[in-house]
Design a protein around this ligand. Structure first.
Ligand code: HEC
Length: 120
């Protein structure tokens, strides 16, 4: 039993992304690794997750509203402290990443989306 557990832990640590503990993650990698599963690669939300969590699809859409200072403040709070029952708090897990960088990255997906839509 103990050995099985240790094996599982070893395998889990081998599968962990090759990030040195003291290396500051970049916002795009952090988002892809920690947020995209629920909020989608494009920050528009993962419909399957919304169904599973019994939240509305728009709750997982991070680009649903226009970017404002107030929204940035709300995002900061949600990311640091969590929100509702399903959005985890990331305060202790940012590994040195600035929450503002993360929000800027999320918001940058908006212009990526606009560019893709503008393509003929
Ligand atoms: C386990 C799934 C899950 C993961 C992983 C997750 N979130 Fe969320 N997030 C949610 C849910 C569900 C909500 C909606 C909570 C509510 O409104 O009750 C939410 C809400 C938010 C909000 C608030 C949006 C608003 O309009 O107020 C922000 C910002 C956010 N998440 C950012 C992130 C970021 C950044 C990450 C990665 C660091 C992340 N989330 C990871 C599930 C998740």
């Amino acid at each position: 039993m103990k050995i099985a557990l240790m094996t599982a832990v070893t395998i889990a640590s081998l599968c962990a992304p090759a990030l040195a503990a003291d290396e500051k993650p970049t916002a795009d990698k952090f988002y892809a690794g920690k947020c995209a599963s629920c909020h989608g690669k494009d920050a528009r939300g993962n419909a399957k997750m919304a169904k599973m969590f019994k939240v509305e699809a728009k709750d997982l859409d991070l680009l649903g509203e226009k970017r404002t200072k107030e929204e940035d403040a709300e995002f900061t709070k949600a990311i640091l402290d969590g929100k509702g029952k399903k959005m985890p708090a990331f305060k202790a897990k940012l590994a040195g990443l600035d929450v503002a960088d993360l929000i800027n990255y999320i918001q940058s997906l908006r212009s990526a989306e606009a560019k893709a839509a503008a393509k003929p």
